[in-house]
Design a protein around this ligand. Sequence first.
Ligand code: CA
Length: 469
Amino acid sequence: MSPRPNIVFIMSDDHAAHAISAYGSRINETPNLDRIADGGMRLDAAFCTNSICAPSRAAILTGTYNHINGVTTLATPLDNSLWTFTHALGDAGWQTAIFGKWHLGHGPHADPTGFDTWRLLPGQGHYHNPVFVDSEKGIDEVGGYVTDLITDDCIDWLDGRDPEKPFALFCHHKAPHRTWEPDAKHFTMYDDVEIPFPDTFRDDLVGRAEVVQAVKMRMLDLDPIIDLKATVPEGLTLDEEIDWRYQRYIKDYLRVVASIDDNVGRMLDWLDANDLADNTIVVYTSDQGFFLGDHGWFDKRLMYEESLQMPLLIRYPEHIAPGTTCDDIVVNVDFGPTLLDLCGVAPADHVQGRSFAPLLAGETVDDWPEAMYYRYWMHNDGDHAVPAHYGVRTRTHKLICYYNDPLGQLGANGPANPVEWELFDLVDDPLEVNNIYGTPEAASTTAELLDELSRLQEKYGDDPFPQDL
Ligand code: CA
């Protein structure tokens, strides 16, 4: 293994694993993302610790949970005096740069640190003719499509780097975040086909927590003009309108994904052409998953599988056998320690994540965690109406406590609601439609999961909601 590999870390925004053909997508093909999987490892149990943009990005960079790094919601910028794993790479001699989506605040205390160069979209940024904030030029605007432009910036930086030093490049795409605006090349893709509907598209949510039944992430909550770029045809029944909305939504989502796939191909081609593929760690991930009509929803935030799972494909021929998979549980706070480990660089002592480099090499790690901890803080953001909750996921079960309280978090709003619980058996009920919390058969499992939840909260230093037990 080379002591100083390069890193190309590609992260998109809201790209669910079930819209990647390497993960068995039923709705699209992603041949270039599949190149990473074919040449390396597909991780099948990679999860975010808080399924929303800024908090997941902060967890990745800092290697800590959101109650530690302070980025609990979209309204909490990342304090740029905090240690990130990119600081450690820079200190160890890596050239570092980040291009694209930042979404962790701007200004003297929030502009990126730990990167030699950055060129970023302010806030969410725009799909067409976006403005960038550039570490050297300040505000800069160039014409074009955002996914192409971010990739251009990455390749320009690679071409201009010092070839004598290793590099760590962070390519953070805005796509496929709402409002899913395709480029001209993919504008009519899927026009003549019907995209398959997910198995749970007509989930009536019976038996789930009341606050889950009330979330505003249904097809009917999409804005026809802004999200679907059309007016609803006249004369449709309610079900027909819901179906029509799904097709409009998912086709634009997949068109935007197709552009990401093309541009990932450009990055991989550049590595091949420059004879750097063997000594470069290529990562493809997304800051969280997304509901693609699953349970009738779009968006993320909830601890359900489609939202919780992050796609994670890693290629590094010197360490990872091609075409391999891993079903051990890893989380986003582990990403930084893992990349540092592969580079032979030590993380800071306070880091909570753990390197899964041995798993990438196909090794069995006897004491690897069998459960992960999750917490969504942004109670009732004012738009999606998703409640604050935390929970534990093991290989076989998921226990969720909707504690339903903003707890004074910036970006979270009232009202608080009564505590509710959900429990899913992921073996018998992988689609999570049968909440077994409170049933006599689930009593012993519930007790075990409550113990595990408490153990993880204590381990990571988080406080349980005072009324949850
Ligand atoms: Ca996101």
